[in-house]
Structure formats: structure tokens, C-alpha cells
Design a protein around this ligand. Sequence first.
Ligand code: C2O
Length: 475
Amino acid sequence: MTLARRDFLRTMMAGAGWGVLGSCASLQSCRETIANRPVRRNLTSLAPDDPIILAYKSAVTQMKALPSTDRRSWARQAQIHNDFCPHNNWLFLPWHRAYLFYFERICRKLSGMDTFALPYWNWSQEAHLPAPFWGGSSNPLFNGTRVVTASSTAASANVGAMTVNSILDESNFLLFGSGAIPATGSQRAGSTTGRLEGTPHNYIHRFVGGDMGGYLSPLDPIFWLHHNNIERLWVQWQFDRDHDNTEDPAWLNREFTEFCDEDGAPVTTSVAWGLLYPVLSYRFDDVGPGSPASRNAGLTRKAAEEKDSQKAKSGAAIRADVLRRFAAPQPATVPLGQSSSLRLAVDAGALRGVGASGAPRALLSLRVPMGQRNDVSVRVFLNKPDATAQTSTDDPHFAGAIAFFEHTGPGHDHRGDLEFILDATDAVQRLGLEGGPLDLTVVLVPFPDRQPAARSLQLSATELRLSRDSIVRRP
Ligand code: C2O
């Protein structure tokens, strides 16, 4: 089921998409419902007793009190994540979008606040775990398993404004939002971990730690506000930066059957239906459709809505074609606390022109076996053999950062590799590199205010790729 080229409101009213809107009696009242849809706000802008925070506390308290036979209960909601969440593939963004969509509706119903929308934690702006989530067990938003402290500061290398801005400039959906998997088979099949997932997303999970560090992370009430910021960045990427999702039917037609609605009844949705949520069901206070920053701000309301709904449904045929590979000769073990460089035999002249318009870009692929003690983040520098965990990420040799979020606990498959993709194009250009042997310095960085259990990290394969994007929008 794709939604292309049909009047989306009539399609919605005709059937299965009804749940996106809730109920409205006529086309006209639907239009009003959409125009006045709930606003997802920046948590940092809310007073501690803001009705949104009070409603969230009330909903969390009620969900924790529901029997575990109720799918809306706090434990069952987290179990959905543990059992079904896709990571390291292109379902990462749409699955978590749908998960939040139904969770938000549960909160709205239980709190009795009709205009409730989930707030978001913008960690680029507020690099500490926000105050309303501290206190003690009398605060329903507190979680006692966290490792983070109130003064721990998340690393700007992973979550800072410059890093996020560079990720928002990533025009290739497969690199922005993680790589392709086949239309059928497990939704948890591994592909490549894209920049939004591998850099800020994974980092915040491990930065908070405790429940947040593993697949039962939705047990921590901050989970939902963290993922709402990931959702916000996807909306900003698509609508404000004007990038394209893939139009591959293997992506659009994926169905999810593990969620439940506000009454606890099972629902079926799909990636394609989720494309409509940000134009029909909620909006953000600062980015995307209906926000002051929208590229459509100058248009009439009707024209802006029409443009946004077209944009929501549109996509492109997207590829990243690898032209050349320069691989490290063998697997490597990177020790904690020492700089460690891998030598890549890049041909002389091979990097000339990288990043210029029409020229290839320089991507780094790092393969890391699953199931290690990956409680460190990783920074990569080009030709900076003396780089350490203290080296500034403003250093021109800095090429990117990643962190690890994977299955932990019994019943999970720990075999195989995770593959992370970083973009080294800017660093290659800044340093004026044209080719010849290249040192990749990989540095393990502990999370703030704690000792990592990891003593080293294995890299099973590492390579620099010259890659060319192909992004073809339908006319
Ligand atoms: Cu499926 Cu950030 O978690």
C-alpha cells in the first residue's frame, strides 16, 4: 500500500488510515483537527509544573499501575521494544516513529489531556539529563538504574549542534537513516548503521546508562523524549532541509503489527502510513510542517498544507555506489587509553577533488563485532597519530564519532558485526588530502563520570570508500 498521488484526506477517511487522525466527522472538521494538531514542545522551554509535564507524569504513573496483561502497561510497552525494535537498518526511523505515535495516544487518553503531545529532549541545546527527570522514586519520571549524574555533560562530538547540523546536511537517506534490508524476512536484519542512529542516538542511550543502555530502555521515561528528538531531526531533515526518503516499496510497505492503541487493542500500521503522522497528527514547536521555521511559512495555510502533504508522501530512488575501497590490511584491536592508528594504503591522487560537486565523497566504514563490552564511544581522526580522548573535536583532523547500542541480556543474538558509516569528506577537504598512505587514528572515549568496563575494542574491518550518491526524485 503506497499513498502516492491520492488525495490523502479522502484516503484517510476511506479506511485504514483513520487511526492517524482519531475521529472527526467531516472533511471540514478533519481539516480543523489537522490544523490544530497537538504540538510537541521542547522540554527545556516548559516550567516544572507545565500541564504537559504533569500530564506525562500522570500517564506514566497510570501505565506503571496497569496489570501486565494490559498492552498499555509500562512493562508491556518496554517489552514491545525489546522484542521487535529494528536497529541498524532503514526501519529504525519509521518503527520508532510509530512506537511514539501510539505511546503518545495512550498518554493522551490516560492523562485526559486532549491536546497532549510528547515533549522532546533537545540534547544539542541541553546536554544534561533534564531536571524534571531527577528526584527520587516519588517522581514517576525518575529511574534509579541510570548511571549518568545530574552534572554529566553529553559530548558535543556526538550530540553538539555542529555534529547534528552536519548530519542534517546528509542528503542520502541510506546514510542518514541507516541501510536497506529486504522486503521480507526479519525486520531486525542488520544492515549499515547511519549517522543519526550511530552518532547521537546510540550515544545518548549509553550516556544515560542503566535501563537506557539496553533494549528495555523504554523503562526509563526519558527514552520517549530522546526518541522524540530523533523524530524531530528526521522531520527537520525531510521538510526543512528538503531531503528525500527512499521510495523503495521494500521500505514503504513494511507493516508493523506489534503496537497497540489507546484502548490497548492491537493495531497494524506501515512505514507509508507513518509518513503522514507529522502532517496530520502532531507538529513540532520549532521545525517542520506548521512551524515558524517552515520553508512554507510565506504561503497561505491551504497552499502550505498541500505542499507539506505532497512532501510527506514523496521520495526518491536512492543509491550510494562505492567506486573504490581502501581497506585496512587486517582486523585491529584498539586499546583504551592509547592512541592506535590503522594504515590504509590509499593510492596517490585518489582523494583529489573529493567532495567537489559531482565528485565522489569519502566515507569510512567501521565494522565492530557485536557482544563486546562496548561501553565507550569512539572518535576517528585522519593523519593524527597522537590524538587522544582529550583531543578537541574542533581539530581539523577529526572525522567523526560513534557509539554502540545493541541487544544485551538473555535471548539476544550477539553474533555478527555492526557496520557504521561516517563521512570523512569534510576532513579530507580541510586537510587538503590528495591520496597516499592514510593513518586512521581510532580513540576510545569513556562516558563522562564513570569507568568503562571495556579495555579495548575490536574492529573486524575498516575501510575508506569513495562513494557516489544517486538520488533521483520522481518528476
Ligand atoms: Cu530502539 Cu533508541 O531505541
